[in-house]
Design a binder for this molecule. Structure first.
Ligand SMILES: [Zn+2]
Length: 188
């Protein structure tokens, strides 16, 4: 009789321990899922989405020297637009692939403006958009940053036309148009 009671008691203790372990595992899993969700939410909250869902979602925190957002996720540093792509598509970026912007806004993390591309596509994209090299460092630029700012100021403040500005600075009207409309020299 006593042996029976001891056996039953032992079984009860074993069952309790198993349940306890299972609960611990479940709590741990819940904690991981919860903290991941929190980190994701924190990331999306660091974007300025006031312009609208279809517009650029601009990274509000620090950026690197190239203008891409610096993000941190689960203790790892990652570029903000790359993290946006991974979180949105719920998968890692294929190794060696770049994340390209259709909007040409480095700070933008709107997943609908991002696509995966090969290194070659990335380079073609940069050449097409005249992003690299930029400004005075491009080697074929006739203008300095100071002159570009002067051109914008003159156009904004007085009655300078594209033609007159072009003649003054020895460049074509199209160049003046690109400067005024910020299609070139976008970094100043
Ligand atoms: Zn964008």
């Amino acid at each position: 009789m006593i042996i029976c009671v001891v056996v039953v008691l032992l079984k009860c203790i074993t069952i309790c321990l198993v349940i306890n372990e299972a609960l611990k595992k479940l709590t741990g899993l819940f904690f991981i899922l919860h903290s991941t969700k929190m980190s994701e939410e924190r990331f999306w909250n660091n974007l300025d989405r006031t312009e609208g869902e279809n517009k650029c979602w601009v990274w509000k925190l620090s950026c690197n020297s190239e203008g891409y957002g610096n993000a941190c996720f689960k203790g790892k540093r990652i570029k903000a637009h790359r993290l946006a792509f991974e979180l949105f598509h719920k998968r890692k970026i294929i190794e060696g692939m770049f994340i390209l912007h259709s909007c040409d806004n480095c700070k933008c993390c709107n997943p609908f403006h991002l696509r995966e591309g090969t290194p070659k596509e990335n380079m073609n994209d940069k050449v097409l958009r005249n992003r690299q090299p930029r400004g005075e460092t491009s080697g074929r630029s006739k203008l300095t940053e100071v002159q570009v700012l002067e051109i914008r100021n003159k156009y904004a403040e007085s009655n300078w036309t594209y033609t007159r500005l072009g003649t003054e600075y020895g460049v074509g009207q199209s160049t003046i148009s690109y400067i005024i409309n910020r299609k070139r020299w976008t970094h100043i």
